[in-house]
Each structure stands twice: as C-alpha cells, then as structure tokens.
Design a protein around this ligand. Structure first.
Ligand code: FA5
Length: 349
C-alpha cells in the first residue's frame, strides 16, 4: 500500500517535473548554465534547499528523502549532460549544412583578359622573322649615350641627334633609348657572325603627339651580318615580311635616305593596303605607306664592335610597330593603343 507522501517528497517530485520540462525547451549553452544554477546549484539551487531542510525530519524519513533527492540530482545531472550533447550535435550538423558544398553546381566563370593589339603584333612579327631564321632578343630601355648614339656613328653634337628628340635621365650620358638600334651594338659585341637578330621594344622621343606620333612607341630592330650579304637580301627579307603580315599581293619600294649608322641607307614603303596603291586618305593619296628605315651596316659601326668590314657585311632595319598595328587593324589614331580605353581594347579579344 502506498504511503502518503511527505511535504518534502512532494516538493522533490514537483521540482523534478519542472526541471525536466524546462530543460527540454532550452537551446543555448547560457540557458543550460542558468538552469543548472537554479535547480542544482550548490548555494541557492532548489534541490540544495530541499537537502538543507532534511535536518528537521525524523531519522527514517530523512534517509528516504535524502536518497530520493540524490536520485533526482543524478537524474537531472544526467539529463543536463544529454541535453548539452544534443545541442552540440545540432550545432555541428547545422554548421555542416551551412557549409555544404554542391560540387555539381556549375563554376563561376572568371572573366578572361586578352593580349593587347601591340603585343599581338609583336608576337606575329617575331613569328614571321623566326621563320626566316632570325632570333628574338631583348635590350635595355634606359640606355647610355654610347649605345644609343656614339657607337652608331652619331657623336656628340652630330646634327643627326636632332632627328630623335631625347628624354635625358642624366644629360649627355643616360637616356631613354630613342630607337631599338642600340641593340645592334649590344648584340654584335656579344656574338660573332653570322648574326640574324630581331629586337622588339619600346622607345621614347620627346615629340609633339598627334594621330600618327607618340612619345612612347615600339620599334622592332632587325640585324643580319654575314660574309655575303647585299641590299637585295635586305629587300627580300622586308618584302617577305610585308607579304606574310599583310597579304601575298603586297609590294615594297625603297627610297634613298640617311642614317649615320648605315651606308647606303633607305626608307621602305608598302603599297597602301586600303586602296591597293590607287591613292586614298590613309596613304595621303600617295599610294604608299611608310614602314621603316634600313641600310647596310656602316663599316665604322662594324669596326667599332670588332668586326672586320673586309670580311663581314650586313644590313639593319627598324620598323614602327604601332604603324604596322594601325594598318593591320584599321586604326586611324595611334593614341588609342596607349589610351587604356576598354571599349577600344575589347575589340581585339
Ligand atoms: C629609326 O629609328 C632608325 N633607328 C631605323 C633604322 C634602323 C634605320 C636600322 C637604319 C637601320 P626612324 O626615326 O625613321 O628611324 O623610325 C623608324 C620607324 O619608327 C618609322 O618609320 C615609324 O614607323 C616609327 N616612328 C618614328 N617616330 C615615331 C613616333 N613618334 N610615333 C610612332 N612611330 C614612330
């Protein structure tokens, strides 16, 4: 027969029920702490309150309530641990859910850049000359007066210096190269004939800028030195280049000119690709487009690098790369290439 419950036993049962019901609703670590302090706390916990009151009870009852209180305490502590573990697991699975990676989703495409039309033209020039056995070299843009002028038979105070207005870094000594011809000297100093070299690169001139003139532009230098080599070899190489670049029907003409480092010297033109030589706005109604300067390397220049002009001869030429790119892509203002306007550049993607 069930015995009547004491006041303490009823309080204990009530506490247990409330504690269990509340525990089920708690979803945070702070909430669990607060719950533990309130029900199981050593100082002011409700259960501790009941245990403290045990002293007033008669022996048998004290023992029974004490045991029951311990059972409730163990049970509640066990439930607390379970709840903590459940919360932690839920948190982890939530994190996993949030971090879930669907490897079947299509990737985000990174926008691809493309090569600048001048770089593209330099590559194509390199490819065409490589097919003719030329090797591509590189040289310094910050140069000494010696390599840019003196070694090319342009001494100090030579009037030819006026042809290329110079940006000086140290006046009279260090400059931004005005032409890629500085590399003729650097290459010949470093190797023995036969030489077949091209050197593309940026050059600088203190010029008034307009639709066909830049202060920073690109040239490609060509140099061939051998025991037998004539002006007609130069012509053949330039013609072959023009035809590879602009079409098999292209014609090239040479006009006498003057450069201190070549003798004889010539400038060469290609028939206008816009009007096939008939005359139009692009060729200023002449039928011809200027491509570059050239000539047979001057014996003084050969001697200066230690080549014997009695044994070796050669030709050199210099082409303006922007001018070639303008013709190739039908661009009528040279400044567009360095303007960094993406609307212009995107057309070459
Ligand atoms: C020279 O620079 C000589 N070094 C070329 C040379 C090399 C002659 C080897 C003999 C032997 P010139 O100053 O003419 O020559 O320039 C060559 C080409 O560069 C021109 O035909 C033109 O296409 C280009 N050019 C010259 N000035 C400019 C400029 N301001 N802007 C854009 N292109 C230019």
């Amino acid at each position: 027969m069930a015995t009547a419950r004491t006041e303490e036993e009823q309080a204990l049962a009530g506490l247990r029920e409330r504690a269990i019901a509340e525990l089920a609703t708690i979803a945070t670590a702070e909430g669990l702490d607060e719950w533990r302090t309130r029900f199981l706390g050593r100082e002011r916990g409700e259960l501790t309150g009941i245990l403290k009151g045990l002293g007033k009870l008669p022996g048998e009852q004290r023992k029974a309530v004490g045991q029951a209180a311990n059972t409730v305490k163990n049970e509640l502590e066990g439930l607390l641990e379970q709840r903590k573990a459940a919360l932690k697991a839920a948190e982890q699975s939530g994190a996993l859910e949030r971090e879930r990676l669907d490897v079947t989703l299509p990737g985000r495409m990174t926008p691809r850049g493309h090569i600048h039309p001048i770089s593209q033209t330099i590559r194509d020039i390199g490819r065409i000359f490589s097919q003719m056995g030329f090797q591509v070299y590189d040289g310094p843009e910050v140069e000494t007066d010696y390599y840019n002028f003196q070694a090319l038979n342009i001494p100090q105070d030579h009037p030819a210096r006026d042809m290329q207005d110079t940006f000086w870094i140290v006046p009279g000594q260090i400059l931004l190269r005005t032409q890629t011809s500085n590399n003729q000297i650097r290459i010949m100093e470093q190797m023995q004939p036969p030489v077949r070299a091209i050197v593309p690169g940026r050059v600088y001139r203190n010029e008034a800028i307009d639709a066909s003139h830049e202060a920073a532009f690109h040239q490609v230098e060509g140099l061939l030195i051998d025991e037998t080599c004539t002006m007609s070899d130069l012509r053949g190489v330039v013609e072959r280049f023009a035809r590879e670049m602009f079409g098999a029907e292209r014609k090239v003409r040479f006009r006498p000119s003057y450069f201190p480092f070549t003798e004889p010297s010539a400038e060469f033109d290609m028939d206008c690709i816009n009007c096939d030589g008939a005359g139009c706005r692009v060729c200023k109604y002449s039928g011809w487009l200027e491509m570059g300067g050239s000539g047979m390397v001057h014996p003084k220049v050969l001697r200066g690098v230690g080549y014997d002009p009695a044994t070796y001869r050669g030709f050199a030429f210099g082409l303006g790369i922007e001018r070639i790119a303008m013709l190739r892509y039908g661009v009528d203002d040279i400044r567009l290439f360095s303007g960094n306007d993406l609307r212009f550049l995107r057309q070459f993607a």
